[in-house]
Design a protein. Structure first.
Length: 674
């Protein structure tokens, strides 16, 4: 066996769907070495042209990025953000979950994205935005940071005497962004978080941004000042999971109505970039008013790629293997061939994702071929490798995708209030539907203000309707108003049991909200549940997969599961079993041992599951590589601990084995025998 075949046998499949990109481009880091620049370069050129025009005349424009599933829309957004970061600020807007909350949703994600640091940069987009203010272009950034707050505000008022909403407070909060002790509070206020009276006093503001009108005007402030810096690109993606209308269709008219308002209210310096699946656009475009469709300046359609581009895409992935040996194979796509592409895509055209999935299938076959060849050279009898069943392979691949997504989520979600209540309630409803087949009735509360804070459901075989209300608002008046809406729902018999989810406090006995809370939840069937950050991480992780599935972007192994198939995978893999909030809600119809988060690092279950799933997913992989990947997932463990656990698993179970236990562990291969 030559050296490249040994590499193929022991290394992970370079076409693993775990490495496919989807979702928020601030959360998925792209490897520029895997980019084929000829793919979709026309789309990038068109978008760059629009950004340049906005920089010249400050007039907002709208572009629709349209393409079939698997055409690379979401990846392209990340690529544009990476390559055009010197020309614009980029904002990724997650699917909005409540149409009556859309402006506040856009504002929240605008501020969150501006806080991100682009690749290769040392400062966030927000700092660069502040540095570009015309009054300070010729001065040191530190000079005006050292100035007094009122001097700062007065100078900006001189530069922007009109056109800034709530200018005194807005400029004051911008100054507070530069004060370490107030920076977090300032960000929370700008993104529209509900703050208590003490926090508002520290910032020198009277009220939180708590209305759609205020959020729209605050967004206009960002655009107005961006004239002195760079345009802001608002990227709307994965629209198949946005809020729905009463007939069940996605509320695309709401988004395009917002876009029209951005134009008619003359919000400046924005590029509104709407990424949408071709079929979704065709089905929903007639529901969008003609006047709103007319506000679109340009439509860019992503074309299929040709076989030269497909071959280049393969070569970019296989180079990671080829560079490990010398001399390198004569073909940049060995062990794959051009004939494989021509046979699979006889029309000479394909989509990027289809190309990558085909590459994965062929590489899995190459790995199996090299493994069988190696087994023939082993002196002692060794169990023959077997291709895993489709269901087993899919489940193993899903567990790996889940673990990667969950780890990413835990790294960035550090508090519950990172998400607005309408998002939290939607994510909870999605997770509950996945765990158990139940019908969710959204927007239970009769109050329009708080309807998106609630939903209700019935468990199978039970007549009682249970209501769930979630609020993390800090303002005690808002808490009282929400509890009043809960009382009205109970009196109207809209539910027989109400479960209030809240991690924040209830106030003091002197508060009206506290008194109403005691009335509703003392000696009654209603109860309060306190969520934890880890539970929110479970909900967020599943929500990202739902977004991917509904947008046709979820790739698991060689499959692209839809939402019902994703829900089945979640139940089979039991990945939500340790979500404490779901357990408190009592919706599981099965029991399983929950890992105590405080002693999780001592529990080997997750480690063993990762090792087994990874070996099954790969068919064969070097022990040394498997140890490295396990350490990346479980950094509290040592290499020797993991190696011993691999050996234990191979000796005690029938799913995976070591090819030749007699060689040094650095040369050993783990393979699946299922």
């Amino acid at each position: 066996m030559n050296s490249i075949d040994r590499i193929i046998q022991g290394e992970p499949n370079p076409f693993d769907t775990e490495t496919f990109w989807s979702g928020n481009f601030w959360q998925e880091e792209q490897n520029p070495d895997l980019t084929v620049h000829s793919i979709h370069y026309e789309a990038i050129a068109e978008i760059e042209k629009l950004i340049d025009r906005i920089a010249e005349d400050n007039r907002t424009r709208t572009l629709i990025l349209e393409g079939e599933t698997g055409s690379g829309k979401t990846y392209l957004l990340g690529r544009i953000k990476r390559t055009l970061k010197s020309k614009a600020f980029f904002v990724y807007i997650e699917p909005f979950t409540a149409s009556d909350y859309i402006w506040r949703h856009i504002l929240r994600y605008t501020v969150d994205s501006l806080l991100e640091v682009p690749e290769g940069e040392k400062e966030s987009q927000l700092v660069k935005w502040l540095q570009g203010l015309s009054e300070f272009k010729n001065r040191s950034f530190l000079d005006w940071l050292r100035g007094e707050r009122q001097v700062f505000i007065r100078k900006l008022l001189d530069v922007y005497p009109t056109g800034i909403y709530n200018a005194q407070e807005f400029f004051g909060v911008l100054y507070d962004l530069t004060e370490p002790r107030l920076a977090n509070l300032a960000c929370e206020w700008l993104r529209g978080d509900d703050l208590d009276e003490e926090s508002l006093r520290k910032l020198g503001v009277q009220n939180a941004i708590e209305s759609e009108d205020a959020a729209q005007k605050m967004l206009a402030n960002f655009g107005r000042i961006a004239a002195a810096t760079q345009p802001i690109v608002l990227c709307f993606d994965q629209l198949d999971n946005i809020a729905r209308q009463s007939d069940g269709t996605i509320d695309l008219p709401c988004l395009f109505s917002v876009n029209s308002l951005i134009h008619t209210q003359k919000l400046k310096n924005f590029l509104v970039l709407i990424s949408i699946i071709t079929d979704t656009w065709k089905q929903n475009a007639p529901r969008v008013q003609a006047t709103d469709r007319d506000r679109v300046d340009s439509i860019v359609q992503l074309k299929q790629i040709n076989l030269d581009q497909a071959e280049a895409l393969w070569a970019s992935r296989l180079y990671l293997l080829h560079r490990q040996i010398h001399p390198q194979p004569t073909s940049p796509i060995y062990p794959l061939t051009r004939q494989h592409l021509e046979a699979k895509f006889p029309g000479g055209k394909t989509r990027p994702r289809n190309t990558l999935i085909l590459g994965r299938q062929l590489m899995q076959a190459a790995k199996m071929g090299s493994l069988k060849e190696a087994i023939e050279t082993v002196p002692n009898p060794t169990p023959a490798p077997q291709l895993v069943t489709e269901d087993t392979g899919l489940l193993a691949a899903f567990k790996l995708v889940w673990l990667r997504k969950f780890n990413q989520t835990q790294q960035r979600v550090t508090r519950i209030r990172q998400y607005a209540t309408p998002e939290l309630i939607q994510m909870l409803a999605e997770a509950m539907s996945a765990v158990r087949s139940i019908q969710i009735q959204p927007r239970l509360l009769p109050s329009r203000t708080y309807a998106s804070y609630s939903f209700s459901y019935q468990l199978p075989g039970q007549s009682d309707r249970i209501a769930i209300v979630w609020t993390e608002d800090l303002n005690m008046v808002k808490l009282y108003n929400l509890l009043k809406a809960c009382e009205e729902a109970i009196e109207a018999k809209l539910c027989q049991k109400l479960q209030l989810i809240r991690s924040e406090g209830i106030g003091t006995p002197a508060n009206q909200g506290y008194k109403l809370y005691q009335k509703l939840f003392t000696d009654s069937p209603h109860e309060r549940l306190e969520p934890d950050v880890t539970s929110v991480c479970y909900l967020v992780t599943y929500h990202t997969l739902v977004n991917d599935a509904l947008s046709g972007e979820l790739a698991i192994g060689e499959h692209t599961p839809n939402l019902p198939q994703l829900e089945a995978l979640v139940r089979d893999a039991q990945v939500l079993k340790n979500c404490l909030l779901l357990r408190k809600l009592g919706i599981f119809d099965w029991e399983t041992l929950m890992i105590d988060p405080e002693v999780q690092e001592l529990n080997w279950t997750a480690v063993e599951e990762f090792i087994t799933s990874r070996a099954i997913d790969q068919q064969c992989i070097a022990v040394q590589r498997l140890v490295q990947e396990a350490i990346a997932q479980f950094p509290h463990l040592e290499a020797e601990q993991i190696r011993q656990r691999i050996q234990h698993l191979c000796e005690s179970q029938t799913q995976i084995k070591i090819l030749d236990p007699q060689v040094s562990w650095e040369e050993q291969i783990v393979y699946s025998i299922e």
